[in-house]
Design a protein around this ligand. Structure first.
Ligand code: CUA
Length: 326
């Protein structure tokens, strides 16, 4: 909950060109509505004060009629100005600002340097690098991009409707089952930008977090090379690897091994990701233990079954995930 509020607040701290345009529109509309609000409140105060003066000046305490046809010219001018001119000018200004922002965030505005497919699942994000440096990388919930470069996200869903939202970088975009939507993002500075699913998609919707990590070109390419490499399980964690094959491989892939399930996130090099479970916990041996022992306690509704493993077996599995397949 707190994470979601903090993430959403990022919309007013833009770090990408699309988010900057949207934040500009937001401030513009706030300023415009503040002006309209001030005019309306000013007119109201003037009206109340005048009425008081009229009543005080009256010879008797007869109250003048409240309603009636506007007789005077000035009354008609007020109606025309406040009821017609002001709304037309105000709404036209908002329309012009909106059209300018729509053009500024259009996915065709620039040639992308990297193209990434992002597939929404209940309740995690599948990330597949299609073109540009890193093509071939498959990961989950953590999208690495080169800083300052336009990155095309091709968004779709494997099940229900989700919505991709990293407020500091761009606006929301839906992920739909039967069509692909495009969102062009860029990050102006290196850093980690948290995101959420912004469309209610089932019980664990609130635990469908993601992050975009923007790095300089060299760091990004180093990351991509490391991700592309197959896992190389070490003999020291063979026991954990065997447990993974029997308990996890039907749903999870570890490239370079026999594990090739696709129902859950690809876990090749999972130790390189900062979080697990769609942002539920920071990656560590202790949090992985908590997660594997009872995923439902941490993320109600999660589709991962609780594996039938002893504490010692879970620790062997974690040794394999964190150290054994670097
Ligand atoms: Cu996916 Cu909400």
């Amino acid at each position: 909950m707190v994470r979601r509020v903090i993430v959403m607040g990022g919309a007013l701290d833009p770090q990408g060109s699309a988010a900057r345009s949207i934040a500009w529109l937001w401030w513009f509309m706030l300023a415009l509505s503040a002006v309209v609000f001030a005019i309306v409140m000013g007119a109201l105060v003037i009206g109340v004060l005048r009425r008081r003066t009229d009543l005080a000046d009256g010879d008797d305490d007869e109250i003048p009629p409240l309603a009636g046809p506007p007789a005077s010219r000035s009354a008609r001018a007020w109606l025309a100005g406040g009821g017609l001119v002001l709304p037309v000018v105000g709404v036209s200004a908002v329309l012009a600002g909106t059209i300018a922002t729509m053009r500024a965030v259009d996915a065709d505005r620039e040639e992308p340097a990297v193209t990434i497919e992002v597939i929404g699942h209940q309740w995690w994000w599948e990330v597949r690098y299609l073109e540009g440096p890193g093509a071939g990388v498959v990961t989950a919930n953590e999208i690495h991009i080169p800083v300052g470069e336009p990155v095309m996200l091709r968004l779709r869903s494997a099940d229900v409707i989700h919505s991709f939202w990293v407020p500091q970088l761009a606006g929301k975009m839906d992920l739909l089952p039967e069509r692909t939507n495009e969102l062009l993002i860029d990050a102006e500075a290196a850093g980690r930008y948290d995101g959420v699913c912004a469309e209610f998609c089932g019980i664990a919707h609130a635990h469908m977090g993601l992050a975009v990590v923007a790095d300089d070109a060299a760091t990004f390419e180093t990351w991509a090379r490391a991700q592309l490499a197959d896992a190389e399980p070490s003999p020291a964690t063979a026991a954990g690897a065997a447990l993974f094959t029997t308990h996890c491989a039907t749903c999870h892939t570890v490239r370079g091994t026999d594990a090739d399930g696709t129902d859950g996130p690809d876990l090749t090099h999972v130790s390189s990701r900062a979080e697990i479970g769609g942002g539920v916990l920071a990656t560590s041996a202790a949090s992985l233990h908590e997660w594997i022992a009872d995923p439902h306690a941490l993320k109600d509704g999660v589709l991962m079954p609780q594996p039938d493993l002893s504490d010692a077996q879970i620790d062997e599995l974690i040794a394999y995930l964190l150290e054994g397949q670097a």
